[in-house]
Design a protein. Structure first.
Length: 280
């Protein structure tokens, strides 16, 4: 039945065209932004997950900064400790030489005092950003360890927790006070100085090894956090990013459908005019 009041064909064509235009708008938005999900209305659950993970990525960036500073701080202290080991080895050789009755004890002791001063200078100078892990007070605030933020841990839907790596001072200020090494005036004092140096050498080697192990742990953690950040970013992308190849094909299909929809609506709008022929 034909009616001049209701054009069912036009209404169907119009509804179809509106649906096509809506899909076309969404596809164009995905192509222009590179994302299928731009806001909560697109998919509230996925959008919420992506935003939580994006906040975690920002946290991981801060963790990487903390690890970088921590690694540099420990590396400087480790380099200082290793240099002290080398200086003590040189002092050990001098003490051995001083145990000969024919040695020039004054010259040997003068060399020893220079190296003792060098150890003190290395201990005081092995700082990064005001933190020195060779001293008893590492930062002037009576701190005895360096706390490095190492990760951001999330379990379930709860708030994330922060994990840290603590690096204790090797405290060469107290444990390696080279000024207490016996002055060499004869072969007997040279033998005593040798024992003093040997004890300090053990302290220095143990301290350098501990700092080296801490530096490696921080470095390994930094590498892990970097890979974790990349993996999370990739996961976020798989949730919200648009498939550009599919979007391009969908755009062309929708543009064709739009043209056909406009033509269909035009034809449907002309249908009532055929009723006039009934009255001619």
């Amino acid at each position: 039945m034909s009616s001049i009041n209701t054009n069912n064909g036009a209404m169907v064509a119009l509804q179809s065209l509106r649906s096509i235009n809506k899909d076309l708008s969404a596809t164009q938005s995905a192509i222009s932004t590179g994302k299928d999900i731009n806001s909560a209305k697109d998919n509230s659950a996925i959008w919420a997950i992506s935003k939580v993970m994006e906040s975690d990525v920002a946290g991981f960036d801060a963790v990487q900064d903390s690890l970088a500073v921590g690694e540099s701080t420990v590396a400087v202290a480790s380099a200082g400790a290793e240099q002290i080991v080398e200086t003590l080895k040189e002092m050990k050789a001098l003490a051995v030489a001083g145990q000969s009755e024919t040695s020039d004890f004054a010259k040997i002791d003068a060399d020893m005092q220079e190296k003792i001063a060098q150890i003190t200078a290395i201990t005081n100078g092995s700082q990064f950003n005001g933190v020195n892990l060779l001293k008893d007070d590492i930062d002037g605030n009576a701190s005895t360890s360096l706390t490095v933020v190492s990760s951001l841990d999330r379990i379930g839907s709860g708030a994330p927790s922060v994990s840290t790596i603590d690096v204790a001072t090797v405290d060469f200020t107290t444990n390696l006070d080279a000024t207490t090494i016996t002055a060499i005036t004869d072969s007997a004092t040279a033998a005593t100085a040798f024992d003093d140096i040997e004890a300090f050498l053990t302290v220095a080697i143990d301290g350098a090894a501990a700092l080296g192990a801490s530096a490696q742990r921080i470095s390994d953690q930094g590498e892990f956090v970097s890979k974790l950040t990349d993996a999370v970013k990739s996961g976020i992308g798989s949730l919200v990013d648009a498939d550009m190849e599919a979007a391009s094909a969908r755009l062309q299909a929708l543009q064709t459908q739009q043209q056909l929809g406009v033509q269909s609506l035009s034809i449907a709008n002309q249908a009532p005019q055929t009723i006039l022929s009934l009255f001619r």
